[in-house]
Ligand binder design. Structure first.
Ligand code: DX5
Ligand code: ZN
Length: 228
C-alpha cells in the first residue's frame, strides 16, 4: 500500500465534496496535477448526517480516474454494511465514526482484515476519552473540526486541544496511528492544526473554491510544514 506519510510531514488531502460532479474525472485529474497525494471522499447517507452525497458507484468512477490513494470518510449509519464494498474498490483508508459504532473494535478489525487502513473519526461533541480504548485498534484518528455534514463551515478551535491530546497519548504509548483533521481548514487555520499534531489535513473549500488548485495545495502544505 502506498504510504502517504512516507517522508515529508503533513499532507493536504483535498475533499471532493464541493467539486464539479458534472466533470468528476476532470476534477480528479486537476487535483492530481495540482500535487494532491491522496483524495478524501465524503460519503453521507442523509441519516447519520442530513446531507446525502454518493456511494460505491461514484467511488468506483473516482477510483478509475485517480492514481493516488483514497480515503473514504463514512458519515453513514451502520457503516459495517458497506466496508467490503469500499475495500473492494481499493480505498486505502476507510474512516468510520465512533458515534455510529456499537462495537468499534470489531469494525476496525474488519477494515484491517479487508486490507484497508482503519481510521476512526470523532465529531466535535465527542471527547477523546470516547476513543482512547480503541487507539491501538486503529491506524489513524480523524478529528472533526466542524460538525460533519457540509463543506465550507468555520473551523472549531476545540479540535486543536483534541489533536494535542491525541499526539501526547501517541507519544506516551509509543503508538503509530496517524492524526488527521477535517473541516474548516484554510490558510488561516492550517498552521495551528499542524502544530497541534495533524498530519493528514483534509481541505475542501480551501482547495476547490480556489482558481488554482496547485497554488492552493502548495500554499496550505507549506504553511503546515512551517508550523511543525
Ligand atoms: C464535512 C466533511 C469534510 C468537508 C470539508 O462533513 O467531512 O470533509 O468536505 O470541507 P471544508 O474543508 O470546506 O470544511
Ligand atoms: Zn470528510
Amino acid at each position: 500500500m502506498t504510504s502517504i506519510l512516507e517522508s515529508e510531514g503533513p499532507v493536504v488531502l483535498p475533499a471532493l465534496l464541493l467539486c464539479d460532479f458534472g466533470h468528476l474525472a476532470r476534477e480528479v485529474d486537476r487535483l492530481e496535477e495540482a500535487g494532491a497525494q491522496a483524495l478524501h471522499l465524503d460519503i453521507m447517507d442523509g441519516r447519520f448526517v442530513p446531507q446525502l452525497t454518493y456511494g460505491p458507484v461514484v467511488v468506483e468512477a473516482i477510483r478509475k480516474a485517480a492514481g493516488v490513494p483514497l480515503e473514504v470518510h463514512l458519515m453513514i449509519e451502520e457503516p459495517q454494511q458497506s466496508l467490503a464494498d469500499y475495500a473492494k474498490l481499493g480505498a486505502e483508508i476507510i474512516t468510520v465514526h465512533v458515534e455510529a459504532l456499537a462495537d468499534p473494535v470489531e469494525v476496525l478489525e474488519e477494515i484491517r482484515s479487508l486490507g484497508s487502513r482503519a481510521h476512526l473519526a470523532i465529531s466535535p461533541g465527542t471527547p477523546v476519552a470516547r476513543i482512547e480504548p480503541f487507539l491501538d485498534d486503529c491506524d489513524g484518528v480523524l478529528v472533526m473540526s466542524v460538525e460533519p455534514g457540509y463543506g465550507g463551515q468555520a473551523f472549531e478551535p476545540q479540535a486543536l486541544d483534541k489533536l494535542a491530546r491525541l499526539a501526547a497519548i501517541r507519544r506516551d504509548r509509543g503508538s503509530r496511528f496517524w492524526l488527521g483533521v477535517d473541516g474548516g481548514i484554510s490558510t488561516e487555520t492550517i498552521a495551528a492544526a499542524a502544530a497541534a499534531g495533524a498530519e493528514l489535513i483534509v481541505a475542501g473549500s480551501a482547495v476547490i473554491r480556489a482558481a488554482d488548485y496547485g497554488r492552493a495545495i502548495s500554499e496550505l502544505e507549506s504553511l503546515a510544514r512551517g508550523a511543525i
